[in-house]
Design a binder for this molecule. Structure first.
Ligand code: SF4
Ligand code: FES
Length: 375
């Protein structure tokens, strides 16, 4: 008898997110599948960082609704799930910006994150590139229901180059993963629990090793800041350029962004991708060493490649630099050749837009008279 042939397991799964269907490799998380689609369909992520193993699952900003679990079991999941920790199943249907439940939950998460976070954006060095500031603008509420005293901490110098402003920390754990995965030995972590939890060095030991500066790059808020740049300038007044040098520190990619004012180098950071994470080169994250970041503050130390491409939504693009990414002309181009799909039904948004009247048939801007029964 012929031996029974086992079916070959599929290598990709089909997943539909906000009405857009794509194929992704088995094992992909919902968040990374949504990032493949891009734009607003990708949920925000304050603690997940693709280059740091084990990150994610702490902040709950990436919550999504699973409207159907899979083709085999199409039941919806009863609660919203963290998209950074949930892997896709074949035939899964996910709702992010098309879900009112998600929008409501995300507003709640932002309210929680801001319970103890000071609203000191006008004096914070992270302003203009802070993910919590962006979330606050997109989902925040104008008031707070919190009536108790906020947690406050004194500022702490951890090592010669980094200042910790714990009052701003949202306990995303990213910096501890950097210390665990990039540096020889970790001397800081989360001490205590609950309301008292804080990032600190144990008995004020200094963080002093070649790659500690990467903690500043991964911090989504202004809790860890560069002491060589603090209060020197607002990021949107500086001009970012891509530069590289032949760095000999093992593990340093030597590729950076210089933040200039005139010819003066105010700050050196790793180069970031569209998700605010360090870019990868040859499949490896482009971490930079402390020598490149803190000691090479002259343009002569670097080979300048050209203006950094800045997302047009970023406040840093307000200077209209030549390197600005100009939006593509057509929706198909923006969506990687795919046809636009319906993301939202306009009739859900406004009662004025009666289902019987097709908006494309109206000449000029529509207003309430257009929809009156007897105009
Ligand atoms: S200091 Fe920054 S990176 Fe570290 S846990 Fe707090 S918010 Fe996250
Ligand atoms: S990004 Fe998913 S829980 Fe924080």
């Amino acid at each position: 008898m012929p031996e029974e042939t086992k079916p070959i397991p599929p290598s990709t799964f089909k997943v539909t997110i906000d009405n857009i269907t794509i194929d992704v490799p088995v094992g992909t998380t919902v968040l990374n599948a949504a990032r493949k689609i891009g734009g607003d369909v990708a949920p925000p992520a304050m603690c997940y960082y693709s280059k740091l193993q084990g990150s994610g699952g702490k902040c709950r900003t990436c919550l999504v609704e699973i409207a159907a679990g899979s083709t085999v079991d199409p039941r919806p999941m009863p609660k919203l799930v963290a998209s950074c920790r949930t892997t896709v199943m074949d035939g899964m249907i996910v709702k992010n910006i098309t879900s009112d439940k998600v929008k409501d939950a995300r507003a709640g998460v932002v309210e929680f994150l801001l319970l103890n976070h000071p609203l000191d954006c006008p004096i914070c060095d992270q302003a203009g590139e802070c993910h919590l500031q962006d979330l606050g603008y997109e989902h925040g509420k104008e008031g707070t229901r919190y009536e108790f005293a906020r947690r406050t901490f004194t500022k702490e110098d951890i090592g010669p180059y980094i200042q910790l402003h714990m009052t701003r920390c949202i306990l995303c754990y990213r910096c501890t993963y950097v210390a665990d995965q990039l540096t020889d030995k970790r001397v800081h972590g989360i001490l205590d629990r609950g309301e008292h939890a804080e990032i600190s060095t144990y008995i004020s030991k200094a963080i002093d090793n070649d790659f500690s500066g990467n903690m500043i790059d991964v911090c989504p808020v202004g809790a860890l800041t560069d002491k060589t740049f603090r209060f020197k300038n607002r990021v949107w007044f500086t001009k970012p350029v891509d530069a590289h040098r032949n760095c000999t520190t093992p593990g340093c990619c030597g590729k950076t962004t210089l933040w200039l004012r005139g010819d003066e180098v105010y700050r050196v950071t790793a180069r970031k991708d569209e998700w605010g994470e360090v870019q990868s080169y040859d499949g490896k994250p482009g971490w930079i060493c402390n020598e490149c970041r803190f000691d090479k503050k002259k343009t002569g130390d670097w080979v300048v490649e050209g203006l950094t491409k800045i997302n047009r939504h970023s406040v840093i693009s307000q200077g209209n630099y030549d390197g600005l990414v100009i939006p593509k002309e057509t929706i198909q181009e923006v969506m990687g050749g795919r046809d636009p799909k319906i993301l939202m039904d306009i009739h859900d948004e406004s009662e004025v837009n009666e289902p019987g009247i097709h908006l494309s048939e109206i000449n000029g801007p529509a207003h309430s008279d257009t929809f009156a029964t007897n105009p």
